[in-house]
Design a protein around this ligand. Sequence first.
Ligand code: PRX
Length: 648
Amino acid sequence: MTDTIESSLKAEHVLRPSKEFAAQANMNDPDIYQKAEDDPEGFWEGLADNIDWYHKWDKVLEWEPPHSQWFVGAKVNASYNCLDRHIRKNGDKVAIHWEGEMGNSESYTYKQLLESTCQFANGLKEIGVKKGDVVTIYLPMIPEAVIAMLACARIGAPHNVVFAGFSSDALAQRVGDAKSRYVITCDGYYHRGKLLDQKEKADKGLDKIEGVEKLVVVDHVANIVPMKDDRDIWWHDLIRGADTECEPEVMDSEDILFLMYTSGTTGKPKGVVHSTGGYLVGTYVTSNWIFDLKENDIYWCTADVGWITGHSYIVYGPLLNGATVVLYEGAPNYPDKDRFWDIIEMYGVTIFYTAPTAVRMFMKWGAKYPQMHDLSSLRLLGSVGEPINPKAWSWYYEQIGGSRCPIVDTWWQTETGMVMITSLPGLTPMKPGSATRPFPGIQASVLDKQGNRVPPGRGGYLAIENPWPSMIRTVYGDEQRFLDTYWSEWGTDIYLAGDGARVDEDGYFWILGRIDDVIKVAGHRLGTMEIESSLVSHPAVAEAAVDGKADEIKGEVIFAYVILSADVPESEELKQELIAHVAEEIGHIARPAGLIIAADLPKTRSGKIMRRVLKAITNGTDVGDVTTLQNPEIVEELKRKVKEASMH
Ligand code: PRX
């Protein structure tokens, strides 16, 4: 198979994995794609043997489109697979090297991580958490975040991790929607040297909703915080004297492992539901083959545990493989712009997985920072979250990887649970900027509106045409949204990913970005509608439209258009206030980079905003035909304002 790929590849821009890398790679069987395609269920069934089951399945897959059940009837526990089963052989191996932003650090061996997990699991039981109860985790990048996730998994309580940088409103919405009665947070954490009061945010959020019975608080920075009688309890008090053993709950393969809220095309984020058995199989094998995890690797994924990447490729995938994981609390430029390279040198990191935005930022800061450190321990690099442009790819390859490390550009989503399109580092020739090929067993394609495959080179909609083990099971509490969002374009058996893509003559996939109202800002997923609802919740705003504007570093930034309520005067202070309002309501990551106060927006005669025209105005591209607008004169005025705003 490699031969056929090789011989059909156009010679330009192709980089082949070295013979040495290929020879030692966990997956270097060129026939694997064909084998998986010939018998996908047999393929996944074979891989499921890498997981320890209490009871094996009666059936590999039950596919009643769009509902899948994987490893039907099997019994399993995620935390047992991440921890207990490694103990016999590898109890003293480090599972987590935690590095605090202020330079403090802690390491947990597998044995210690198991004990801490069990203690906290017993603590959770103590406060009343039962199998099936949703526990919300609102923690920054500290070991307790991982321990809390594994403890939930141990007792069968689905976790619902909310990114620590989200605002109190965003927390309230996610806790409320999940009807979660238990929340875990901390007293604060450091970001760019600044102490952020997480407890205050949590309190504010929980004040807005009913039903939270217990708030567990990690004492992370010795911040003095108010504790609410009856509701709040310190983590250390909860685990004091708690047993270091806790029998794992025997879970059904299809029991929910976690919820993860993510942005969609409405104002309300959706709770993506992942179940247990299939997710474990999918994250185990993708971690093993794509990151080529070996006994001695030191693996570092710079994502946050608050996103799906943190779930699948900081916690579950690597720990299922018994790997040593680096967990870093803080920012890449604190105390200086070489912090990441310092960490790589200090821990001897061998596998490094980050986002294109980060790479572009490093590129802007300059090669002198990585050059200050010995990065020779690295042997594999990864990219995730947004398209990586060839220039950033090449810089990453040369300056960080010393032109010796393969790069895996991994395309996937919160909904897919695991990487879906990627190279296999010992097998697939790389093309800078392309995520390359679907993972074995995944049938990805690029379709037109009617569901026909588009010819090579032409753009279309990215689709997945067969079920996979770690796929989204439903949207929590909103099955209709699940059906409408992903399974209504072509029928219930073809998954609409929401991305545009094209396939080249070699069968390589090039991801073109979102085709819906989702924008990716520095790899973070945000819905334009969420930001619009936040803007219109301000009394000065009558109407708002939000768009993504291309940005050299962040991929896209948020650009907002606002029509003020009657008699509200326009001012610079008001603009700043509106920008701050969004940051306060959603979180810093949703802060508009630009905001224009407009007299009107480009609208059709029926009053709908013409998004295509707005997008062109925002990005200074050709607006095309505007004759169907009710107010074509607004186009020039808005273009002028955008130009002015961009010059600042
Ligand atoms: O647009 C694609 C982009 O990120 C979206 C999924 O975002 P989220 O659910 O937050 O998960 C991000 C981390 C898995 C996709 O629809 N995306 C993700 N990876 C890539 C990418 N775009 C291009 N290339 C990638 N490697």
